[in-house]
Unconditional design. Sequence first.
Length: 206
Amino acid sequence: MSDIENIGETPVDQPKSAPADRETTGPLDESEANPVRPYVDLGGVKVLPREGLHLRLEIEEGSKRVVAIGLDYANSTLQVQPFAAPRSSGLWHEIRGQISEQIARQGGTTTVRDGAFGPELLAQIPVAATADQPAHTRLARFIGVDGPRWFLRGVIAGEAAVEPNAAAQVEDLFRSIVVVRGTTPMPPRDLIPLRMPATGAGAPTR
């Protein structure tokens, strides 16, 4: 569930899905962010360090490229991915339905509900048995925000999927992310390139 680059046909025009105050409360576009804040630059996104935050890069085995940013915070995990999007229409309404179909094919269930960023998916995802634990289901929240020429998707697991205080902390973390779309032409749904932080950038640690 970490990649939506090839998740269906050419998108049809859909309205953008984002909080009414996104431009001031986030997630922010690079043009809206305070340039003097000490962000960790990860290419397509910038993350503001905070106490207790641990950052992980999720690497695709074959290509060795960074395909997602994992953030461990408040006994929870937040996976984020930025994608190119049309200037005037959004991606989240259609992608949300396609994620539901994917999870249903895996034997899971999803529920659409109103969340802090608009419609979100609450998903029960089957997890196969391992030597350490029997088969079970994992609860996850799929959130998405359509910005100017980009779409930012988040997947929340751990306490923030069920516990209100942890949820509020992780939602604030998602709001603090800055998306760097860049000027390079990209087809909608292409992953905006991510990269390791520059040497000495001080990626946040536990």
